[in-house]
Write a protein that binds this ligand. Structure first.
Ligand code: MN
Length: 714
């Protein structure tokens, strides 16, 4: 069993000034709380956190990470709590342990391969500190190394498959290839023991010949490179069994057809030496087209650099060669950890920052936002600032935008489930429908037959799908209501005129009438009668021109408030299609006056509001409520209209203006002018005018006053 002193020695090797106090204390605490627990191997449980800490020290991590390696299972497996960790080891450690524990508590159903990508994203999204992931990988590595102690074959296979689906790809993304390879080799052994053994045997046949071959090639490479006075080390190694197997699978090859089961690696001092060595090798052995990759000129997104080439070797066989510097080799092996190492308390230099920037693009996340420098300084990651990952009741992982609610989820599953969504449970607990989903939540929707969407859902749903489905539903309800109101209005009016609405409803005449009113269907026509845009009498006029319509009170006219005083009949100055003495109001936003192009909007319980055509407020109204209105030929009223004025401040200006206005019989209703420093007067006044011609005359006269620079309708 590894000892804590070995780990501490290891830390001092790469970080001579380290304060290992936290590591010491974490060791003592972990030993205390895990006391009496055993691993399946029969060893004391403590061996596991020690091994994990040791792996983390191999990755040259900071002391907090290593302490967390020692503590990573205490919250999950002992009576210890996150608060205990925070009190004893500080916030940083507590956050990391919390993250590790949260990920451990997830249980995945990886049966479907397409799930794996989402699960990886979920894990990465849950870890807001990259150290959480590194600890999780070290944990998984040691658990894989001891997986053979598991008795149940099925469980062993499941864990190994999960490692292949989830953890080795994460290690690869982070560029920690040695962990990726070891995880793959062990998991391959457990998931597919027959194939593993077969490849192992095939590799070991003719082993003596192969070793002779490796020896020979290594010598040749040394000769070639040393001849050019370059310093190098060369090694030849068997490719992983797992990657040989993958190659056989993906290219449908027999083992004998997989040539490059041995790969050579040449380590040199400098980058120019690497290219020089490449040239020497290509001039000795013929390179295979398209197999050359320059990852020095074009590093992989995770920072991996190397030259790769495949050449036709001494026996006509394919031979894969990697060429890189010592530093590149180190980065290739430990990946992010190499950049990371013990940067504790130091600000990151530019190059390191650039190296870290790729993390944001980790899993094809083109839209990742946020300030990369800020995230680096805090050593925190939020890889998916716009997403949350949640579990369905069957354990599938689904991706929704951040801020999404159970209603969004319900619509994501099915429109009907959305419509009938009446409640939600998160991790077994009831939550309100506006609850914001968190990564890792397990969600369950309750539906109720006959339950229906509420317009307030629109105030909190996040997804376009939910929003549009809810809107569609509401619109359909409105239309349905208007159709039934329209029918009711028509039935009454038709009866009064001795006509049978229901008989006429499906007649050709009715279809023609709908077309005449410019509607696609009869339902549209009836709905518009329900909205009040067309009156039943207008329809009767179309269907039975001979009938002299009896103007009876209809439900619609009953609904519309009346003008209180009837004596000044023309005061409103407005004719509403087919309706008399409806309460009229004028939009204060645009102050229409006779002669303006206008339109009306039916407001429930407040009659009709008149706006100028193109008024921004009118454009916001529901077009279904729009109704045709026009000015009466002669209207006796006066209308307020606001004017904007800019003028030079001079004595007698106001007197001059008021003389024009009184001459024009336009009363000033309100005035609000301000003098500015530069001798200008600026402001608004409201006049009462008869109509647009009157207003135009007034403006023309006012413009003739010299001091006035600008005068126009506001
Ligand atoms: Mn563990």
């Amino acid at each position: 069993m590894i000892r804590i002193t070995d780990i501490i020695d290891n830390i001092y090797d790469y970080y001579p000034d380290a304060n290992v106090d936290i590591v010491d204390r974490a060791y003592i605490y972990s030993a205390k709380v895990h006391d009496g627990q055993l691993r399946l191997s029969g060893e004391p449980y403590l061996s596991h956190p020690l091994e994990v800490a040791s792996i983390l020290s191999d990755m040259r991590l900071d002391t907090t990470s290593i302490a967390c390696g020692l503590l990573h299972d205490v919250v999950e497996d002992t009576h210890s709590t996150i608060e205990d960790i925070e009190n004893l080891f500080g916030m940083d450690a507590a956050k990391i342990i919390e993250g590790v524990t949260k990920i451990s508590s997830l249980s995945f159903n990886t049966a479907e391969a397409r799930q794996a990508g989402n699960i990886r994203k979920m894990i990465l999204a849950m870890a807001d500190d990259i150290r959480v992931i590194l600890i999780k990988l070290a944990d998984r590595l040691h658990n894989s190394r001891t997986l053979h102690y598991h008795k149940k074959e099925e469980k062993k296979k499941r864990i190994a498959q999960e490692t292949l689906d989830i953890y080795s790809p994460i290690a690869a993304r982070l560029g920690i290839y040695w962990i990726k390879k070891e995880l793959e080799e062990i998991s391959f052994f457990h998931t597919n023991p027959e194939q593993y053994e077969k490849i192992k045997q095939l590799v070991s046949t003719n082993q003596a010949d192969r070793e002779q071959y490796v020896h020979e090639v290594k010598n040749s490479l040394h000769d070639i490179i040393n001849h050019a006075m370059l310093n190098c080390s060369v090694n030849g190694r068997y490719k992983q069994f797992y990657s040989i197997y993958q190659k056989m699978l993906s290219q449908n090859l027999e083992f004998e057809q997989v040539y490059d089961i041995i790969a050579f690696r040449i380590i040199l001092d400098t980058i120019p030496h690497c290219y020089e060595a490449l040239g020497l090798i290509h001039s000795k052995w013929k390179p295979i087209p398209y197999k050359f990759k320059d990852y020095i000129g074009f590093p992989k997104p995770n920072g991996y650099k190397s030259l790769h080439t495949t050449v036709v070797g001494p026996y006509g066989e394919r031979m894969e060669i990697q060429i890189r510097t010592r530093e590149m080799d180190q980065v290739a092996n430990s990946g992010i950890a190499a950049h990371w190492s013990y940067k504790e308390g130091k600000t990151l230099d530019n190059e390191t920052q650039n190296t870290f920037a790729w993390i944001q693009n980790l899993v094809d996340n083109e839209e990742s936002s946020g300030d990369p420098e800020e995230f680096l300084e805090n050593v925190r990651i939020d890889l998916f600032p716009k997403d949350v990952y949640i579990f369905t009741p069957t354990g599938e992982v689904k991706n929704l935008p951040k801020g999404a609610t159970p209603v969004d989820f319900a619509y994501m599953i099915h429109t009907e489930i959305g419509h009938q969504c009446s409640g939600a449970k998160i991790n077994g607990r009831l939550v309100p429908l506006q609850y914001q989903l968190q990564t890792g939540d397990r969600i369950e929707i309750t539906t109720l037959k006959g339950h229906h969407p509420s317009p307030d859902w629109l105030t909190y749903v996040k997804t376009g799908k939910a929003r549009s489905r809810i809107r569609q539903w509401i619109k359909k309800q409105e239309t349905d209501r208007s159709i039934s109101l329209g029918r009711e209005l028509c039935e009454k009016a038709f009866r009064k005129n001795k006509l049978n609405f229901n008989d006429l409803l499906h007649s050709k005449k009715m279809g023609q009438a709908a077309q005449d009113f410019n509607f696609k269907t009869v339902d549209d026509l009836i709905a518009h009668i329900g909205y009040g845009k067309i009156t039943p009498l207008q329809l009767i006029g179309k269907l039975a021109p001979d009938v002299k319509p009896k103007k009876e009170e209809t439900l619609f006219t009953k609904l519309m408030p009346r003008r209180k005083e009837k004596k000044d009949k023309d005061a409103d100055g407005i004719i509403v299609d087919g309706l008399d003495d409806i309460l009229i109001r004028y939009g204060q936003c645009c102050q229409p006056i006779p002669g303006d192009r206008i339109t009306g909007y039916i407001t429930h319980g407040a009659g009709i509001t008149i706006h100028r055509k193109g008024c921004v407020n009118a454009l916001k109204m529901n077009p279904e409520r729009q109704i045709h209105v026009q000015w009466k030929k002669s209207s006796a009223g006066s209308f307020g209209v606001k004017l904007y004025m800019q003028a030079y401040d001079k004595v007698g200006l106001l007197a001059e203006i008021s003389s024009v206005l009184s001459q024009m019989e336009a009363n000033v209703v309100d005035i609000n002018l301000e003098s500015e420093k530069d001798k200008m007067v600026n402001g608004f006044f409201t006049l009462a005018v008869k109509d647009i011609d009157h207003l135009d005359d007034v403006i023309t006269k006012l413009k003739k006053i010299d001091a006035i620079q600008t005068i126009k309708r506001a």
